[in-house]
Structure formats: structure tokens, C-alpha cells
Design a protein around this ligand. Sequence first.
Ligand code: NAP
Ligand code: COA
Length: 267
Amino acid sequence: MTFSTDALAGRVAIITGGGSGIGFGIAKAFVAAGAKLVLASRNADRLAGAVAELQAMGGEAIAVQADVRDYESVERVVKTAVETFGGLDIMIANAAGNFVVPAAEMSPNAWKTVIDIDLNGTFYCARAAYPALKESKFGGRFIAISTTRALEGWPGCAHAGAAKAGIMSLIRTLTGEWGKDGIRCNTIAPGAIGDTEGVKRIYEDAGRKANELSSIPLGEFGKTTDIANAAVFLCSDAGAYVAGADIVVDGGRNRGRASPIVTVPGK
Ligand code: NAP
Ligand code: COA
């Protein structure tokens, strides 16, 4: 299923971490819906490959090398978007780092590194984008990619769980403060999305793939297009009245947490 080719026509979007995984999935859907894109992350080669692919689709996209832990580099991304495309309508704070390590073995710097990328980086994206987003004639959009794990506690990923919980609180605060400026702030909370670095690190490499699959009522990992479709909806006119929400796209996993899935005899 795809949206119409003008669902995001005229909009300019920044996607951090847009060169891989879920971010690149969003980038492809945004280009197909008519948006102009700036992809930002650390690895310039990967960004260049992603931009080439988007341009081959007929899209307008550029790359800016940036580390979201560095506020000045995030400001530079926003400035480049405004100078290149004449404004900014959408900021997708997707960049993140995560790895499995028990809290008792986690070094202080491991904790700090993930908090810096995920939580501080998301605030930096919001803060740097605000002046341009409030000028958007479509109504600005700020979307952070979160996870419902943030609300459950996340054994093995204390740093990312705490960071994502902070992000969910931040989005609620920004919704209250920036609604008057027409800026819609929301999170998208993906479940386990196949063929991504996140699933490789958290489930496959950790030997938890089968366990994770068994907890998903729909019985399979999601696709990056599932997350991209939610992002296109939120950023299009169709999503104009959605603010302060967590859009959960997880095959039903979240509802299954408190009550383990029951196998029905005979099925
Ligand atoms: P991914 O492909 O590794 O995406 C992470 C991206 O962030 C990469 O493109 C990386 O690019 C960028 N990045 C990392 N550190 C950065 C930094 N300091 N500054 C700028 N960019 C940085 O993994 P993914 O699985 O698609 O994850 C994307 C998002 O979805 C994350 O927010 C993740 O927490 C969330 N999520 C994923 C899943 C899942 O099942 N995969 C589930 C729930 C939530 P560079 O290396 O070029 O910097
Ligand atoms: N287990 C335990 N500690 C780890 C670790 C692991 N698998 N990976 C990194 N660390 C620790 C390091 O040892 C270091 O701590 P120390 O100084 O006390 O030794 C700290 O984390 C920072 O590591 P470093 O490699 O210097 O960080 P970086 O800034 O180069 O990279 C990461 C950031 C670690 C998050 C890296 O994995 C990354 O770039 N990830 C992006 C992709 C990703 O995570 N995708 C999934 C998204 S869900």
C-alpha cells in the first residue's frame, strides 16, 4: 500500500539516521510522497549511497554529515535544509544507538553514550528545528522514534529504555509548548522491525529472536514500510489533528506484554 504521490508535496523534511534501516524506509516513502529530504548522520559514505538511491527514484535529497550529540552540527543540518530548500516542515529524530549489556556491567560511558545520542540528540533536533518548523505553512511536524519498551523497563538495555522514556516525556512537553505554533509533536513506537540493525543487535545476536517472535500476536516482525506509512500519515494533511500521541506500530506486541500469549489448543 502506498500514499498518493502528492501526500507530502512541497514539504521539506530532515531525517536523522536516514541512511539506514527505519530511517531510510521513511526516506523512501517520503520521496515517493513528494517531500524534499535532508538525510543526516555520521557515516558520509552510507548517506551518499542512500541519497543516490532516492535520486534514482526521482526524489530531491541531499546529505549532511552530522553527529546528533553535537548541537552545532545539528544546527548546521537545519541551516542547510532551509538554505537549500527554502524552509523546513518536518523533523524526524530517528538516529539512535543501542546495544545489549546488563546494567550491572554497563560502564558509565556506555550509559552516557546512548543517553547522549538518543535523548540529548532528540532534544537538540527539536530545539534546532523549532524556529523553522513554526514558520511551516503546513504546520510543522516533529516526530521522535521511540519504543514501548520505554514504558516497561527494558532488561539488557537500561540506557536506551531510559532515553526513550525521556523522549516520550519530552514529546508531551513540546506538544504543550509548541501546539500554539502549529507544530504537531508525536512519537512513533515501532515493534521489532525485520532486517534492521536494531533487531539484529537486540534480538538476533542476543539469541532472543524466537522468543520475541512468539510475543507478537501478528506472528511476524514488521517492515520498515510499516513505520514509514505511519510517518507519512502523521506528516500529511491527514495527520493534522494528531498531537502528543504515541503511534504504536508493533503487530500487537505491546498489548501482549502484561498477559503472555496463550496458545489455543488445536491451532
Ligand atoms: P540503524 O539502521 O542502526 O539506525 C540508526 C541510525 O542512527 C543510523 O543510520 C546511524 O547512522 C544513525 N546514528 C547513530 N548514532 C548517530 C549519531 N551520534 N549522530 C547521527 N546519527 C547517528 O537502526 P534502526 O533499527 O533502523 O533504528 C532506527 C530507529 O528506530 C532508532 O531510533 C531505534 O531506536 C528505533 N527502533 C528500532 C526498532 C527496530 O526494531 N529496529 C524498534 C523500536 C525502535 P550513522 O552510523 O551514519 O551515524
Ligand atoms: N557492550 C557494552 N559496552 C559497549 C558496547 C557493547 N556492545 N558497545 C559500546 N560499549 C561501550 C564502550 O565500551 C564505551 O564505553 P567505555 O568507554 O567505558 O569502554 C561506550 O559504550 C561508547 O562506545 P564507543 O564505541 O566509543 O561509542 P561510539 O560513539 O563510537 O558509538 C554506539 C556509539 C556504541 C552506540 C555504536 O554502537 C553505534 O554507533 N550505534 C549506532 C547504530 C545502532 O546502535 N543501531 C541500533 C539502533 S536501535
